[in-house]
Design a protein around this ligand. Sequence first.
Ligand SMILES: Cc1cc2nc3c(=O)[nH]c(=O)nc-3n(C[C@H](O)[C@H](O)[C@H](O)COP(=O)(O)O)c2cc1C
Length: 194
Amino acid sequence: MKKTAPKRIVVGITGASGARYGVRILQCLRERAIETHLIISRAGRQVIELETDYRVEEVEALASRTYNDSDLAAPVASGSYRTDGMMVVPCTMKTLSGVANSYAGNLIERAADVTLKEQRRLVLVVRETPLHKGHLRLMAMAADMGAQILPPIPAFYHRPATIEDLVDQTIGKILDAFEIDHDLFKPWGEKENP
Ligand SMILES: Cc1cc2nc3c(=O)[nH]c(=O)nc-3n(C[C@H](O)[C@H](O)[C@H](O)COP(=O)(O)O)c2cc1C
């Protein structure tokens, strides 16, 4: 039933709050020897510095390859370059809008558009609150085109005790979306001592 594990994933980090989700997913993909192609937007760089103890270069070092967000000639800008999909972690409303409208004004938006047109998996970890109807419309538009909208909304059934527990629950959901095995949280219904 389980499909072959993905080997090559494009990761976008944009300037929404929650830069640590982007860092953590890169660590998890690296631990699983998955090839990552990373694009960090200008605002994403700013938020990494503001919200985390990581320098942007340290985050980039977690990826297999990195690209400038303005590099529209990068391999991931073309559908002929095969990948197993893309995730934007976290995803701003601006980038969501770019994706929903196929604006492709930077490499993150272009790579996401390519991912959709090639019918590959696209996961958008959209983050804003509260949401106005325009945000909701954009999410519906992206979902209609095949994107999975996966906001970092924590669950509490696994009894999180730390911020890391909360972060890892969302990271586990992203890995689930790509059918990548993990034990970041115990699925509901699984016994404590099987
Ligand atoms: C500290 C900080 C937190 C932000 N958080 C959010 C957010 O949660 N969601 C959002 O849509 N924009 C947020 N923004 C605004 C975006 O960074 C801004 O709209 C930017 O132009 C997005 O560009 P990008 O999508 O190319 O990264 C935040 C900005 C800063 C500086």
